[in-house]
Design a protein around this ligand. Sequence first.
Ligand SMILES: [Fe+2]
Length: 248
Amino acid sequence: MIDIHTHVLPGLDDGPQTIDESLAMLRQAAQAGTTDIAATPHLNNDYSPDADLIEERIQELQAACGPSPRLHYGCDWHLTFENVTALLDQPRRYTLNHGRYLLVELPHWVAPEGLTPVLERLLSVGITPVITHPERHAILRARIDLLQCWVRLGCALQLTAQSLFGHFGRVAKRASWELLSRGLVAAIASDAHDLERRPPDLSQAWRAVESRYGREWAELWMITNPGRMLRDADLSQPAARPRRRWWF
Ligand SMILES: [Fe+2]
C-alpha cells in the first residue's frame, strides 16, 4: 500500500519527536503492508518547516531505516493567507515529490463557497489540490454538493483511514462511506501521528473496503491513485461508482 499523508518525521510538528519514535512508526507501517510513505509535516501557523529541512530529515530517516518503506517528500499544507502567497511564488515547493499534487487542509472558519476561487487559483498555476479529510470537516461533510463541484473542477479528495471506523465520530464515519460510495474519493491515507492513537496502518481500511466493494477499489484508493500522485501522473477515474457486494 502507498500512504500519501503521514507525520513521521522527527521534531517537525506534532508527530514523533525523536528518530527512534519515527523508526518505530516506519516499522509498523512496513509490517502493515505499506511500501511507500509520503512524509507530510504540517505547514500552518504553528509549524513552518522549510522545504529543505523536510528533505534533509527524509534523507536522514531513510538512511536510518534502510530501503523499506520508501519515503517520499510532501507537506500537510494548510490553506492560510501566508501559505497561498508563498505558493503562488513557488507552486511546487511543498507538493508531493514536487509534482502537481498538494495536500490541502481547508480552514474550519470560512464559508466554504468562499474557498472555490482559492482552489481555482491553485489549479490555474498547475497545482492539483488534494483536499485532506473532508469527512472530518464539520461544514464540508454536510456539503457534498460543493465537494462534488470541486472534484469536477479538478481537485481530489483524500479520506483518513480511521474515519471509516468511527475514530473521528459517527458523523465522520457516515460521511466517509458516503463519499466513497459516490465515487468522489481519490485516496485513503493514514494521517499517522504516532504508534497507538493514530498509527501508520492502512490494513484495516484495506480489509473493510475490500470486503464491502471488492479488491479493485482497495487497490485504487490505497495503491493506484496514491502511487500516481507520487509519480505526478494523472489519476485513474473509474467509469462506474463502487457498488456494495450483495451481502452488505
Ligand atoms: Fe495531517
